[in-house]
Design a protein around this ligand. Structure first.
Ligand code: SF4
Length: 688
């Protein structure tokens, strides 16, 4: 929950504190770096944003030193005003870098000039901390249907819960990430609670020792609180006060904000959920009410078996009737549970556990039904059925309901309540912040001037929100350090796997580079096929995502220059391998969303229904962001050199190609394969 400081509030920093430039210079010296112009520009822009209350979006390329550029003004503001600044990241890797490396060094370096040591804390969602009340004999969760009949699953679960009981006497934080090796999700659920299920510290017999409460209390005393986008979204959108009071939010890895917020705002409804809810409530209300809910769950299970997976544009009548019955049965159970009574913590906890799932079932049923109330142009939510969709492990069919956009939520709950600074190496697409600003609910910056082919979705954000977008550039000389190769001579990619011409091209590039290749594929199937084919055709070692844990594969790839690593989505954004182990990034095709991606296709239809160009607004924006992130894997340190090769001629030939190319770093462009192979051979020779 934010402080009631309206954005636009002007903060003053006491004269007794050193200037921003002095503090930044001290911090940079302490971490052993050199002052960089982009870093100074960014730090001054962040400082100005905090002082004036105008929001800020800063694009800062790899090597800018952007974490110090926002941490220094953030710490200075927090110390000067006795307030807290929240820093949110998308990945655990960045969270660890901030908490384990950047902040300890910064706190030490700034302690003397600030006349006290700045403090910081990390805060995660309640589910990440062990719940002592649950562990102490609070209500256990009902096993899922399949686990009920699987003796191996039950004994494994028992062993894991026993291990968790032993761990509690060793851990000081109860933080799941500190448990090595980890336990299954099902075991962890037996010893943790969601914010909805928690009894509240004042009512809980374990409240004074509670790990989650201690973490919150520590965060409340800290100058800087590091968290993740999901918790930021829960705090802003769902009305639980999970973050301490704060007046400034800095969102790093902001290119991922919309996806993470969308995940938090996505609900689901399945037969298993309904059945567990009926079992949880079974002992607390009249038997016939719980039985009725259970019957409705059985009805849903049977119906979902017959409805094909994918997006639902209309709701079949039998499904509508069944979901209406679930909604009403859940509502009756909630009414029967009635208000909280009595002081027995176990009874209160059992009621809370039942109530939280019943409310989820009820609310998601309402959302699914309401999603079909309006036409395409005005729909707020999209509904689809998952099963095997997008997954290698079959799951029982589940209804999902997700918002078509989160712009309104972010505008009201994030930008409306805090001064917000967004940063990433990739925030401009087609040379403009407009595409992402639109998704965040901020007004566009360009007055109608757009790169050829860009969309014309009607503006939704009011101009009253003041924000600035700046690109502080990159220390790399992209045109001298990298080549952007588009394989214009190849046929456009089709649906039937990788054709021979692609495989021959890939082999020739990999061999010219002597390994050193990160292959980014649009699907796991394409990555596996390419790995299998190349293993037949070349002696270069090919690692493929899924063969081992991704972190181990990346480590092996980084340590052995003569290897290649092929994979899909998580590698597009998560690989950081400086040096000669990586001199070629290959992308098999422009990463448009799959045509059957329910959310992207529904967003596209909604834009079209409002008179915009859905393909360009949704699919091209998605592809541009991923292309820029993928291309960003190439140059990670000042001495890096190499090639980004895109085996999709549409980058050079399609109308939208201009927008996509303008979203990439300014590498030297070519379509000449021989020039590229010669450059890769030279790099390989120089590295050997
Ligand atoms: S306060 Fe909530 S999270 Fe903490 S021990 Fe009690 S029930 Fe568990």
């Amino acid at each position: 929950m934010a402080l009631s400081v309206h954005p636009g509030t002007v903060f003053a920093v006491p004269d007794t504190l050193p200037s921003l430039r002095e503090l930044l210079a001290t911090a940079v010296t302490a971490v052993g770096g050199a002052e960089r112009p982009g870093q100074v520009e960014m730090a001054e822009a962040v400082d100005a944003s905090i002082r004036t209350g105008d929001h800020l979006a800063v694009q800062a390329g790899t090597g800018t030193g952007k974490s110090l550029a926002y941490l220094v003004p953030a710490v200075r503001h927090a110390v000067a005003n006795g307030s807290t600044v929240v820093i949110s990241t998308a990945t655990i890797a960045l969270q660890r870098q901030l908490v384990d490396r950047d902040l300890p060094r910064l706190a030490k370096a700034l302690a003397k000039p600030l006349k006290r040591t700045p403090t910081f804390a990390i805060l995660k969602g309640r589910r990440n901390y062990l719940c002592l009340h649950r562990l102490d004999g609070g209500p256990q969760d009902e096993p899922e249907d399949q686990a009920l009949f699987d003796p191996f699953a039950i004994s494994r679960l028992g062993r894991e819960v026993t291990r968790l009981r032993e761990w509690v006497s060793d851990t000081e934080t109860g933080d799941r990430d500190e448990l090595v090796p980890g336990v299954s999700e099902q075991a962890w659920r037996q010893v943790s609670v969601s914010a909805r299920e928690c009894l509240g510290a004042s009512k809980c017999p374990m409240g004074t020792d509670c790990f989650a409460e201690k973490a919150r209390a520590e965060a409340g005393r800290a100058d800087i609180v590091v968290t993740n986008h999901a918790l930021l979204a829960i705090d802003a959108l769902q009305g639980y006060q999970v973050l301490p009071e704060h007046d400034v939010v800095i969102v790093d890895e902001a290119h991922d904000l919309v996806d993470r917020v969308t995940s938090v705002a996505t609900g689901e409804l399945s037969a298993a959920m309904v059945s567990i809810a009926s079992r949880r409530v079974g002992r607390l209300v009249e038997e016939d009410r719980a039985d009725r809910l259970n019957e409705c769950g059985d009805g849903l299970a049977m119906l979902l078996e017959d409805v094909p997976t994918g997006r639902l544009d209309t709701i079949p009548e039998p499904l509508r009737v069944t979901i209406t019955a679930i909604r009403d049965a859940a509502h009756h159970c909630v009414s029967s549970l009635g208000p909280e009574r009595g002081a027995d913590a176990d009874v209160v906890a059992a009621r809370k556990l039942a109530m939280s799932l019943l409310e989820e079932v009820h609310d998601n049923a309402v959302r699914v039904l309401e999603a079909f109330d309006t036409d395409d142009a005005h729909r707020r939510d999209v509904v689809w059925i998952t099963g095997d969709y997008g997954s290698n492990t079959p799951r029982p069919p589940t209804l999902k309901v997700a918002p078509l956009g989160v712009a309104g939520l972010l505008r009201e709950k994030l930008f409306g309540e805090n001064t917000t600074i967004l940063t990433s190496a990739t925030l401009t697409l087609g040379g403009s912040f407009d595409a992402l600003a639109r998704q965040w609910g901020l007004p566009g910056q360009s007055a109608g001037e757009k790169v050829d082919g860009m969309a014309s979705e009607k503006e939704v954000a009011p101009d009253s929100i003041r924000w600035t977008g700046i690109d502080v550039g990159s220390p790399f000389d992209h045109a001298k350090s990298g080549i952007l190769y588009t394989a214009r001579h190849l046929p456009p990619p089709g649906r039937d796997g990788l054709p021979e011409a692609y495989l021959a091209e890939l082999k020739s590039l990999v061999e010219a580079a002597g390994g050193r290749t990160l292959g980014l594929f649009s699907s796991m199937r394409a990555a596996k096929n390419a790995a299998a084919e190349l293993r037949e055709r070349t002696d270069v070692e090919i690692l493929c995502q899924g063969d081992d844990s991704t972190s181990l594969l990346v480590k092996k790839f980084a340590e052995n220059p003569q290897t290649c690593l092929f994979g899909t989505l998580s590698l597009w954004q998560g690989v950081d391998v400086p040096g000669p182990s990586l001199s070629l990034v290959v992308m098999d095709r422009i990463p448009f969303p799959r045509p059957d991606d329910p959310l992207a296709s529904a967003r596209q239809r909604a834009v079209e229904a409002r008179g915009g160009n859905g393909f360009l607004s949704v699919a091209a924006t998605h592809a541009a962001l991923l292309l820029a992130q993928g291309a960003g894997r190439l140059l990670r340190s000042m001495d890096d050199r190499g090639v980004v090769a895109i085996l999709d001629p549409r980058l050079a030939t399609a109308r939208y190609g201009g927008f996509l190319r303008a979203s990439l770093p300014p590498f030297w462009p070519t379509t000449d394969a021989e020039v590229v192979r010669a450059a890769l051979r030279r790099l390989d020779d120089a590295a050997n």
